[in-house]
Unconditional design. Structure first.
Lengths: 397, 532
């Protein structure tokens, strides 16, 4: 067959042939199967200032007397220094190795130019990558729709989410389910074999969209039962079960290209420290397990961790923080130019903040997404993120 | 047949939607309305209709047939049935199964009282920012269950109301004027919104419907108009350093989604002036002691505005908002936009232009009488055309299956979870466009698998949250169950291939009830049953 890569490159080059942007020919872009993207969306607005602690910024400590993470070296709950200015939350310690190995990068003071502090609006913007509430498709959906055409693997695009995330909308082939282990025909044991067989026969033929979709569904369910999703040598924390499932798909070479994981529980208005400890233990240990589990496969994988916004610099009256503006992103993987905190730090002094209260945004989140689209999906960024020509940070090799 | 009818009568349910309604208006309607487009005139309302057409009518203008409905409609004739269904003044009879969910439909004030318990008054007076915040939180928490209960109230009525076209249109308008129940205090108002803004006008005049939504807290909070104030905000109290001013969110959706349509011929300048006109359309705060729509004079922009070329002179308050809404409701673009959308719901994802034109014409001639627009659209020949396929939404699948098999919600909110699993969590669609209508938007593989799982749960009588007894609908499960089940759902037109498949799969299990379970599950999960 004509290789998908060749098609892709041909297709991708057309729209940019006349452009003079920094986007060069796609020869350096990896073929899709060598390039797996795993997006982890922390829903609720993670407190990026405690995730990646600006311990070199005095204002951080001044405004967070109760919840600041101590400077590196100040006790066992202190930040883990990265570069003399930033440090990791202590529960992210399992990721320190990856940082040292140059496989973990951080973008700080990144976020949306839109002013909203509403979760769902901010999430929508971040997922559509268009600052317009009426946008119906997401940045990944848009990209995937552009590059579809060849035969589609049923497990090419997988979202572990209660609903198809907006980011993937526009691409009907995306599979979304809260957990792969639950993606099966649910029926009592006595009648299950007859029902499975009956539905399989029923949907086996027919060119209608309904028949095709039913056929795909049953094929995926069948494929998943063969994979034995529960079996993994690596021990993941409970909260990181979705990462374990994605790792299984990657190791089994089922043709996965894009995975999306929704992770909730980050809206820490009260009692933040205890809650964030728990949450970040799951994230830190989860990602570290994922990296160990995948071993050499990590060369093909980039994990992008994002959230809709950061939180207020000042802690509130209930030991938490409220909805803010600028946040942080993490990128993990073999292709990441890590061991670096990207972005310009705007400072946390009152006059340096956004509207006097939040971390300002110095990097548009779309710059990062554009780079991911360009380097990992081998597409011109403008196909995924229209009306934004930003700058590249050079995070991905 | 007879036996089924008798069973239903014993359940206290009218055999068909028809019986409850009189024949009034059958001759006088449409009055002078131009419902038939010139090209289609004469070809409309095929009476008598056959069973296939009756099934089509019941799948589009109702949430699917119940046992006996198809035969009754054939006997009654389409026009008579339609007249009764489109009677906007008819009353929905009391539905006993609604009782456990009725609490979700009470006015917001009552919900707050319940959420706060005995010390409600004291709480309402709590001063200060922190106090107000705590109050909001308690209200939000105390009413969280509300959303699922409300979803069940809607499902129950969709399943059991004899005024089926009114139910279909209620769902249509609830989605057209979508609100996201989980945004802030919207959940507190969602029940009231459906009950008192949508339902009374679902078959009435569009203008009344539009104004009811425009003055409802659910919409004003969801699309941020409640906090939109005139610029510059010199006299407005400042909230910290937060700048308050004009919010265009509602104004834009009002033009683009609710009335004119995206190609309706308005500009960004129109959006801004619509937003200015609607400044002051707001909502009282919990501490005010009651929760309702309020017009805030101080927030209102009293300057001159211009929308779609029409001048709105300076110095007018709430009245200019109402004038604007009336103007939008009567606009030809609105007529076209709504007719197109209704035709997409009732006829096909890509409705023929003649159908849209007929609806638009009826809309303009009757000053937005929704019942007459529906009549004009379903009078176009394509309504009954075999090729006018439509995929059932998850809601339509669930409700049609419930009607076919006599399923009733059991008082618990479990069915709301099933709706979420099938991809249509009721009242929880965040975007103002509402749930999609077209087939392509619903055909994900997890959605399809969820449909098959739902069908399996019905067949095996293990669907949570419902009362379901297949013995009442398909007794004697051992006897010729494959053919009987297929006939039950598809009538005489049951596809032979499906019947053959049911025959062979029911033979693969021994137990009589299992045979019936397999036949019912496979029929409900078949591609044929996913179509309307």
């Amino acid at each position: 067959m004509m290789s998908r890569r060749a098609l892709l490159i041909a297709g991708a080059c057309l729209p940019i042939a006349s452009l003079t942007s920094g986007w060069a020919l796609a020869q350096a872009a990896p073929s899709p199967n060598d390039s797996i993207l795993v997006c982890v969306f922390l829903r609720g607005g993670v407190d990026s200032l405690n995730l990646v602690v600006p311990h070199g910024d005095a204002a951080y400590y001044a405004d967070r007397p109760g919840i600041a993470i101590p400077r590196p070296g100040k006790g066992k709950n202190a930040a883990i220094d990265l570069d003399g200015h930033f440090g990791l939350h202590p529960r992210l310690a399992p990721l320190h190795d990856a940082y040292g190995a140059g496989e973990l990068a951080i973008v700080h003071a990144v976020g949306s130019p839109h002013t909203t502090r509403s979760h769902f609006e901010a999430q929508d913007y971040m997922e559509t990558a268009v600052l317009d509430r009426r946008a119906k498709d997401g940045w990944l959906g848009r990209s995937l729709a552009k590059r579809s055409g060849g035969s589609k693997e049923p497990l090419e695009t997988v979202a572990l989410s209660n609903r198809t995330p907006l980011a993937l909308r526009g691409y009907p082939n995306a599979l979304s389910t809260p957990a792969l282990a639950r993606f099966s025909l649910r029926a009592p044991r006595r009648t299950r074999p007859a029902l499975l067989r009956g539905f399989s026969r029923m949907y086996a033929t027919g060119d209608g969209a309904i028949e095709r979709s039913g056929r795909d569904a049953l094929a995926v369910a069948k494929r998943l039962t063969e994979l034995d999703l529960d079996k993994t040598d690596q021990k993941y924390p409970g909260a990181a079960k979705p990462l374990a499932e994605i790792a299984t798909l990657i190791k089994a070479n089922v043709g996965l290209q894009i995975a999306w994981i929704d992770a909730g529980g980050w809206d820490t208005h009260t009692g933040q420290n205890a809650r964030l400890d728990r949450q970040l233990e799951g994230l830190g240990e989860g990602l570290a397990s994922f990296r160990r589990d995948l071993g050499d496969h990590m060369e093909r994988v980039v994990v992008l961790v994002m959230s809709e916004f950061g939180r207020t610099v000042r802690e509130n009256g209930t030991g938490g923080t409220d909805h803010g503006h600028g946040g942080a992103m993490l990128l993990l993987g073999g292709a990441v130019k890590g061991k670096k905190v990207y972005g310009r730090w705007p400072g946390l002094a009152a006059e340096q903040r956004y509207e006097g209260r939040d971390l300002a945004v110095t990097t548009d989140f779309r710059d990062v997404l554009a780079e991911v689209v360009e380097k990992r999906l081998a597409l011109a960024p403008s196909t995924a993120i229209p009306s934004h020509s930003g700058t590249r940070l050079g995070i991905l090799g | 047949m007879r036996e089924r009818g008798a069973t239903l009568a014993a359940l206290g349910v009218a055999a068909a939607a028809t019986a409850a309604c009189s024949k009034i208006r059958s001759q006088e309607a449409p009055p002078k309305s131009p419902s038939p487009a010139p090209a289609a005139s004469g070809a409309l309302t095929p009476t008598p209709i056959d069973a296939r057409q009756a099934r089509r009518a019941l799948n589009r203008l109702a949430f699917g047939p119940r046992p006996g409905d198809v035969e009754a409609l054939v006997k009654q004739g389409f026009t008579t049935w339609l007249d009764a269904q489109l009677d906007a003044k008819a009353k929905t009879p009391a539905i006993a199964a609604l009782e456990p969910y009725a609490g979700a439909l009470v006015p917001p004030d009552e919900l707050v009282q319940r959420a706060l318990g005995d010390d409600a008054d004291m709480d309402m007076d709590m001063g200060g920012k922190e106090g107000q915040k705590a109050l909001r939180k308690r209200i939000t928490r105390g009413t969280r269950q509300q959303i699922q209960t409300l979803a069940l109230a809607e499902l129950t009525r969709h399943i059991l109301s004899p005024r089926q076209t009114h139910e279909v249109l209620t769902d249509f308008w609830t989605n057209h004027f979508n609100v996201f129940a989980r945004k802030g205090l919207v959940q507190l108002f969602a029940g009231d919104y459906i009950e008192r803004a949508i339902r009374p006008h679902a078959l009435g005049r569009f203008e009344d419907l539009l104004i009811a939504t425009a003055q409802h807290p659910a919409m004003l909070l969801y699309l941020d108009n409640a906090g939109s104030v005139r610029e510059p905000d010199v006299d407005m109290p400042k909230r910290g350093k937060k700048r308050r001013g004009l919010n265009e969110n509602y104004a834009r959706e009002l033009l683009e989604l609710h009335t004119l349509g995206v190609d309706g011929g308005y500009t960004q300048a129109d959006v801004i002036d619509v937003a200015r006109i609607l400044t002051g359309f707001s909502v009282t705060r919990p501490r005010d002691g009651e929760l309702r729509y309020v017009f805030r004079e101080r927030a209102h922009d009293r300057g001159e505005k211009k929308v779609l070329g029409k001048r709105f002179p300076a110095g007018v308050g709430e009245a200019e908002g109402l004038e604007l809404l009336r103007m939008l409701a009567a606009h030809p673009s609105t007529a076209r936009h709504l007719s197109r959308k209704l035709a997409a719901r009732l006829v096909s994802d890509t409705p023929p232009q003649a159908c849209i034109d007929a609806g638009q014409k009826a809309f303009l001639a009757t000053k937005g009488d929704i019942a007459q627009v529906v009549r004009a659209i379903v009078s176009c020949p394509e309504f009954f055309a075999e090729k006018s396929h439509k995929l059932k939404s998850p809601l339509e699948l669930m409700v049609s299956a419930a009607r076919a098999f006599g399923i009733e919600p059991d008082g618990s909110p479990d069915l709301a979870k099933t709706m979420a699993l099938m991809g249509q969590p009721m009242l929880l669609e965040p975007v103002p466009t509402g749930f999609p209508e077209a087939e392509v938007d619903w055909l994900g593989s997890s959605g399809m698998l969820a449909r098959m799982s739902f069908a399996s749960a019905v067949g095996t009588q293990s669907l949570p949250g419902v009362e379901l007894d297949l013995d009442r609908v398909l007794p004697n499960p051992a006897e010729d169950i494959a053919k009987r089940t297929a006939r039950h759902l598809f009538g005489e037109s049951a596809p032979a291939a499906l019947v053959a498949l049911l025959e062979s799969e029911t033979q693969s299990v021994d137990d009589a009830e299992d045979k019936r379970a397999v036949a019912v599950a496979l029929s409900l999960g078949s591609p044929e049953y996913q179509r309307q």
